[in-house]
Ligand binder design. Structure first.
Ligand SMILES: [Mg+2]
Length: 235
């Protein structure tokens, strides 16, 4: 292949999968199930707590089992919701509902099909929860285009840790790091991780975020379909 890159490492959530939509559906159904008032304020409170916990996980301050055990406790406390329900069980229910998701960003499936047809070797690099991510990727129709799915939970390290990317790099076919590109929406996990491991990266700036100096994406795109322009650019 005459292309500059042979291999694309795609983040999953909010890069190919529409996490916000899947999360909203699963959360709403979980709240209904346990009698939590479904209001915009309550949903926003959960999203904030959950995002904060995932950032803490990225920084290595908490573990994934802790996140699973405590996020609904924190959420219920924050909104003053009292229940006898076991918060671990609530989390398990939420995860099973999330696993029924699989909404994708516009054009994501077509893009992956096209890249696969053109001979690119595609992988998923995700910090999610193994079973949930695999279920969602299956439902989305994306799975057939990927050689392997690297879920942090299984590897024992998460993005942006170098150990996570060392594992990925040693398990993919391409051995020339210059032919590998990562595409992801998170500065703190995807771009930071790629920068630390010397992997070329494209930042999908989905939400009009400001780029600060500590992150060095090689490309910035605003829509995942623009990956074509990055990959097919004149060499
Ligand atoms: Mg993401």
């Amino acid at each position: 292949m005459a292309n500059k890159y042979t291999t694309v490492l795609f983040d999953a959530d909010n890069t190919l999968l529409d996490f916000d939509k899947d999360e909203n559906c699963a959360l709403t159904r979980t709240m209904e199930l346990y009698g939590v008032p479904v209001t915009e304020e309550n949903i926003a409170a959960y999203v904030k707590i959950n995002q904060g916990m995932w950032k803490a996980l990225e920084r290595g301050e908490i573990t994934k089992p802790e996140l699973k055990r405590t996020r609904f406790r924190k959420f219920f406390d924050a909104i003053g919701f009292e229940t006898d329900a076991d918060v671990f069980e609530v989390n398990e229910k939420y995860l099973s509902l999330l696993g029924e998701g699989g909404n994708t960003l516009t054009g994501a499936v077509d893009l992956c099909r096209e890249l696969k047809e053109k001979g690119y070797d595609l992988y998923i690099v995700t910090n999610g929860i193994e079973k949930t991510q695999k279920n969602r990727l299956t439902k989305s129709g994306l799975l057939p285009y990927f050689t392997e799915i690297f879920v942090s939970e299984t590897i024992g390290h998460q993005k942006p840790k170098k150990e996570y990317f060392d594992y990925v790099l040693s398990h993919i076919k391409e051995k020339d790091i210059g032919k590998i590109i990562l595409v992801g929406d998170s500065l703190t996990s995807d771009i930071k991780g790629a920068n630390q491991s010397g992997i070329t990266c494209a930042w999908l700036n989905l939400k009009g975020q400001e780029l600060t100096e500590e992150y060095k994406p090689d490309y910035v795109i605003n829509d995942v379909r623009e990956v074509r322009e990055v990959l097919y650019e004149k060499q």
